[in-house]
Design a protein around this ligand. Structure first.
Ligand code: CTP
Ligand code: CA
Length: 232
């Protein structure tokens, strides 16, 4: 049920949003990236601004410009995003992790441009795991007097082992955040689309809202939910 954007005013509250897709450097001119458009994060920033919040936007690569009026911290890699999110956390009332954070990065960043050679050996790229920023934020908030509400996003397909909802519930439990915005990915494209269909899963795994509509409608539902948790 989509709720109106009128509820859940956020005057005097700091909303931190991570948005866009990280880029993991391979050499000075190349990176590993992903197809995140950043549109959902921008819609969240706009919706938070409309509610009177102070907005920090931790912005990785995006196809769209950030709205006027938010404090933008530009980042490129997952490690930079982690640093920016954790730095913003103590002053944050609501953290929404909408960014597509790369799960892996090249084990080494080559200092000079990787060249082809003619001896028949092509480069092999070794990847290492990036930190889970959402999980780290959940752990770090324990040290804060005013622990923020923390929300994650997840796009899931089903697979041989489980359906999307089961995957999302397991993820929610792993992350320990207050709620997860689940996008069930079918054959339709989600990345770059202007609208969305999501389910909000509460910390106990229960489905608390289903929203179908624009990314702004999803953003408003997310902020309604976060504002409700904040006022508890
Ligand atoms: N996330 C994060 N740090 C990472 C990876 C993901 O903070 N290194 C956050 C995303 O911003 C999102 C949530 O975690 O809010 C879920 O992302 P997702 O990629 O679905 O979760 P993963 O734990 O990476 O699981 P998977 O193996 O399914 O990709
Ligand atoms: Ca991932």
């Amino acid at each position: 049920v989509a709720r109106s954007s009128g509820s859940g005013a956020l005057q005097g509250k700091r909303v931190t949003i991570s948005a866009g897709g990280t880029r993991e450097a391979l050499d000075p001119v190349r990176f590993l990236g992903n197809r995140s458009s950043g549109k959902q994060g921008m819609a969240l920033a706009e919706a938070a601004l409309a509610r009177g919040a102070d907005v920090t936007l931790v912005l990785a690569h995006a196809e769209v410009a950030p709205p006027r009026g938010c404090d933008v911290v530009r980042v490129e890699s997952a490690l930079q995003l982690r640093e920016a999110v954790l730095a913003a956390l103590p002053a944050t009332d609501i953290l929404v992790m909408a960014a597509a954070v790369a799960d892996f990065r090249p084990a080494e960043v080559v200092a000079t441009k990787i060249k082809k050679n003619d001896d028949g050996t092509d480069p092999v790229i070794t990847l290492v795991r990036n930190p889970d920023v959402l999980r780290e934020a959940v752990l770090a908030r324990r040290d804060h007097g005013n622990p923020p509400v923390i929300a994650g996003f997840a796009a899931e397909t089903g697979d041989a082992t489980a359906d999307p909802l089961s995957h999302a519930r397991a993820k929610l439990a792993r992350k320990g955040c207050d709620f997860l915005v689940l996008n069930v990915v079918g054959s339709d494209r989600v990345f770059g689309e202007d609208s969305n269909e999501v389910t909000i899963l509460d910390a106990d795994g229960s489905e608390s809202a289903a929203v179908r509509g624009s990314k702004r409608a999803v953003a408003d539902a997310v902020l309604d939910h976060a504002a409700q948790l904040l006022s508890r």
